[in-house]
Design a protein around this ligand. Structure first.
Ligand code: MG
Ligand code: ZN
Length: 167
């Protein structure tokens, strides 16, 4: 099964051997209200500015997010694309450039098992294949994020520990 992603910037050039930061979305970038899909419901987490400060220089940044709300029929890929594009613009104004948004639209109860839904490492492995980074750090907030990072064999930081993390 292909790993799905959005890329909004034209001509994103990937320089191999750059450091890669992969961010979970809900609970890391935005406050997790459950199935966020409306721009007006977006609230950034208190920790997110901290991430920006630490990773804005010398890191490529992408997102890897489970979006089973699509499998559940709560919103569409188009809705997710619109929200992601809006978030990318906002985050860019805050000082961090996101290059690509990997997302899993599946849920085993609705669409069958897939290789992308965390704790599976599909999105992380795809990002590594695409960016060919020197070093990769994944920031998440759930045990499923940690498990995915372990399977992909990359560094993991829990959002709670970001303020203590030295890059
Ligand atoms: Mg999360
Ligand atoms: Zn999936």
């Amino acid at each position: 099964m292909d790993i799905l992603s959005f890329e909004f910037k034209k001509n994103t050039s990937i320089t191999p051997n750059t450091n890669l930061l992969i961010l979970d979305r809900d609970g890391v970038i935005n406050v997790n209200i459950g199935y966020l899909h409306k721009i007006e419901d977006l609230i950034f987490t208190d920790e997110f500015p901290n991430i920006i400060d630490k990773f804005k220089v010398g890191w490529d940044v992408c997102v890897a997010t489970n979006q089973s709300g699509i499998a559940r029929g709560m919103y569409t890929k188009h809705d997710l694309a619109e929200l992601s594009k809006y978030m990318e613009e906002k985050i860019s104004l805050m000082g961090l450039d996101i290059s690509r948004w990997y997302y899993c639209p599946h849920h085993p109860d609705f669409t069958g098992k897939c290789s992308c839904r965390k704790p599976e490492p599909g999105m992380l492995l795809q990002a590594i294949e695409d960016f060919k980074p020197k070093r990769t750090v994944f920031i998440g907030d759930k045990n499923t994020d940690l498990l995915a990072a372990e399977k992909a064999e990359i560094e993991y930081v829990d959002i709670k520990d970001v303020s203590l993390f030295t890059v």
